[in-house]
Design a binder for this molecule. Sequence first.
Ligand code: G6P
Ligand code: MN
Length: 453
Amino acid sequence: MIITLVGGGSTFTPGIVKSIALRREELDVNEVRLFDIDKERQDKVAVVVDWILHQELKCDIKLTVTNDPETAYTDASFIFAQMRVGKYAMREQDEKISLRHGCVGQETCGCGGMAYGMRTIFPMMQVIDDAAKYAKPDHWILNYSNPASIVSEACRRLRPKARIINICDMPIAIIDVVAAAMGIENKKEIVYDYYGLNHFGWFTAIEHNGRDIMPELRAYIKEHEILLPAAYLKDKAALAPNSSKGNRHAKGSWYYVWKGVYEIMENFPDTLPNTYLNYYLQQKEFVEHSDPTHTRANEVMETREKNLFDGIDHYLATGVVDENVFYAGSHGDWIADLAIALKNDTKARFLVITENRGALPNMPYDAMVEVPAYIGKNGPEVIAQDPIPLFQQGLMMQQLTCEKLLVEGCIEGSYEKVLQAFTLNKTVPSMKVAKEVLDDMIEANKAFWPELK
Ligand code: G6P
Ligand code: MN
């Protein structure tokens, strides 16, 4: 059984491989392949991957590292995609160009997200086509590549038969935080209901062993004025911006995101919002506390990315690995567990991004929504929900329409449709600003975007 990681040079690769290796029995995996177009970067990451597989966990799993699609995909059963088209350098552009025009500068939301989406749509189709050509006929592509909302809409439009499931780790990262805040050791005992679009949704119920913990959680958030476990904030040294220790969510600009959960719930306490709603509901305040010369992309380059590559150099020089330098945990566990559910037809419940098909009765049939589903060998079986409230429906319709226009504009090469998407986005204050940002984005993305006419 072969699992191929697309975006092998990612800072998340070591963590994903570790999650795979820890589940080697259930996955019955005997080969992991790393595939990336950036040879130098991937070869470095492969050093630590090799250490995880063959030194740390002493597995009998073959590691193949390649830049050739045929070698990467041939006979693969699973393709885990997590590519970042344009790398952090372009993420930095996305964030800074938006901020320069007074708009939210974020990886997957607002103008930055749309720019990133336009870079990723066609490379993602290439992954789907190469997998269809070379991988096992019953392969599954599990896709983390962002912006997942836009990518999944493009997959629906352009490759409706593709064996791809788009996923996101933010809801489970939120559940991790909830568990830590509530003192729940085994987060697998937590069951939740959720609906939304990707990076745009709400938890409607959270239960621990059948007990509704929403009231307690609400009280916790109100008391602490943030959704972060006190333990994450205790170790001041670990909170230093470039420390490789501590939880990344408690540092730098992430802090505001968890603070924002409190701020949103002060007004709308019924549901627990996905942290990403901050960018849409507090767009003005987000811009105000952002540093337009130093954004999340910089934070990531100075921490997660630097720590990993410094750590690899240190290992190569000394033979000593500091485990803190690579990011492991829920992100890798989630994708590996999903593969187990598909492979072993377990019907386990996962949040996935999938075509609505009536699951949310008052959202369009063809909307790509993020909802719970049972996962078996044929993919997600979506769970039907009640109609969603008008406020959420309005927000989601605006965002959904924006994303659909963007994908349509990208496919057709239509400047007007892409401008409509930018204009419709809730993070953009006016048509004029939309046009100014878009024109700068076109300039910055020359090497990546289709031509818009
Ligand atoms: C969460 C989201 C991902 C996103 C990541 C960014 O995990 O679900 O979609 O890519 O955050 O994290 P970063 O530390 O790179 O800002
Ligand atoms: Mn995500």
